[in-house]
Write a protein that binds this ligand. Structure first.
Ligand code: MD3
Ligand code: FE
Length: 216
């Protein structure tokens, strides 16, 4: 019988190429979402979300924590990766195998075989929280891609150009969506528009984003 394939196709929306080197995988993490959220709770129990201070001296509106060998941090001294949580001086929680596997599989599907991230930044957005246009350039090797997973409330992703002033496209990101980019798109400016109010059955009044990187 072939009928089941029809339904499989309906349940698995097509990948959406955004630009050379950038692919949106709608719903790629949907089936794993409950287990991902449980794993995030366990990470946050050991390394709680906090509002880190930018080099300019302002606390971020986004709450952050990390798992993996390296965690992304910011303070008055600048942006960087650290093997220790600055709030506890302990190593970050290990990256749960489910997260590693999901990042590896999503990268492979997007054309980046063999991705083994050593850092997973976990961003938590309450309504009103946002992330201004920026580049991810604190990593050592820009030939490595980045994979991001959206959970909970929907957000508008701002997809800019190679210069800060380039006009940004607005791309909606939903619960379970995965975005992967690298190669020519690796240094694109990007951000998140202020999160709209809402309640999501999986997360309540927030959005959680996982960003996987090979930092070291
Ligand atoms: C496209 N986070 O933590 S992830 C970040 O939803 C960050 O929390 C956002 O940007 C978030 O640095 C967006 C999607 C993303 C991340 C980095 C990119 C898309 C990107 C870098 C280059 C191009
Ligand atoms: Fe970023």
């Amino acid at each position: 019988m072939t009928t089941a394939c029809l339904f499989d196709d309906l349940a698995a929306p097509a990948d959406i190429p955004i630009d050379p080197g950038a692919v949106l995988l709608p719903g790629f993490a949907l089936a794993d979402a409950p287990a991902l959220l449980a794993a995030i709770d366990a990470v946050a129990a050991a390394a709680p979300f906090r509002h880190m201070v930018t080099p300019g001296g302002f606390p971020m509106s986004v709450g952050t924590t990390s798992c993996g060998l390296l965690g992304w941090i910011t303070d008055r001294r600048g942006y960087r990766y650290s093997g220790a949580d600055p709030d506890t001086n302990r190593p970050w929680p290990a990256m749960p195998p489910l997260l590693q596997r999901l990042a590896f599989d999503a990268a492979a599907r997007a054309g980046f075989a063999g991705f083994t991230p050593d850092a997973c930044l976990i961003n938590r957005y309450a309504p009103g929280a946002k992330m201004a246009l920026h580049q991810d350039k604190d990593e050592r090797d820009f030939t490595q891609p980045i994979v991001s997973v959206s959970l909970g409330l929907p957000a508008t992703f701002l997809w800019g150009g190679d210069a800060r002033g380039d006009k940004a496209r607005r791309i909606p990101l939903q619960h379970g969506d995965v975005f992967a980019w690298g190669g020519p798109a690796r240094l694109r400016f990007h951000g998140i528009a202020p999160l709209k109010d809402g309640e999501h059955p999986a997360t309540g009044a927030c959005r959680i984003n996982l960003t996987f990187r090979k930092a070291g």
